[in-house]
Design a binder for this molecule. Sequence first.
Ligand code: BMA
Length: 324
Amino acid sequence: MSSQNFQQTIPWQERPAGNSDVIWRYDANPIIPRNLIPTSNSIFNSAVAPYNGTFAGIFRCDDKKRDLNLHRGFSLDGIDWKIDETPINWQITDEDLNRFEYRYDPRLTWLEDRYYITWCNGLHGPTIGMGYTYDFESFHFIENAFLPFNRNGVLFPRRINGKYVMLSRPSDNGHTPFGNIYLSQSPDLIYWGEHRFVMGTKSGWQSTKIGAGPIPIETSEGWLLFYHGVLTSCNGFVYSFGAALLDLDQPWKVIYRSAPYLLSPQTLYECVGDVPNVAFPCAALYEQSSGRIAIYYGGADTVTALAFCKLDEVLSFLKNNSDV
Ligand code: BMA
């Protein structure tokens, strides 16, 4: 287990009768409506983690001025969330870094002795901001990991061969029409280097760009990574997600990669919203004892939804449907 005090049951619902999908949706989706807090225009692409027998989360809340920022939330069951009305107040000691342009698409992981948060941080263009908290009360900014332009920074939940490891997706300053997943390594979570290419675009649902989603899940066969893939239709981008299995010791090596998507925007809350046709995962809870996985994803850049799968079924799907 990569998380602290992980004893609680993760959200779960059995696969509906007659459904043979590897990933199925929670039947009461979306779990977080766009207006859960009075100031929000939308709450989506957010991250959660087990915390002291409950769950804590870092939520992307776009407000009614359309500022993009991160808010803290808590939940007893991982489904019913209380989210702060005001954004997280980061403690930032370096004046040069203490300028707010935007913060969005957080990822959250327990790593060694605290919770780390990475997000797309606007500072002269999108880059990867990093911070930490011990208690979800005070939040400390560390640094921007990379130069702009970059998005989808996802930390591994432990060091690999002594180094911290992060996936990211170098990009541009707009609605990037390209993008591959890279990996970077660091001795101290500040200086990042030894960059490696992990995987690039392919045909169909992942033909325009791809980006890492939730924190990778460690399994005996490799790191299970859910990632989003984008197709450009005549009506704009379509964001689906699939999965890959990365080598445990050299995680830039891809062992399997799903040729078909695992979930694509098909329901009303995925197809209709501020940005139509988006299913964008940023967090997954894994329960080792049962093999259950609960995936949190944003619907249409508007709401937060939940989906479920089982580790052994995802792995066997990957083995039988892989195109690396
Ligand atoms: C990406 C990010 C995501 C968003 C997606 C679809 O570039 O900005 O936050 O969900 O576009 O608009």
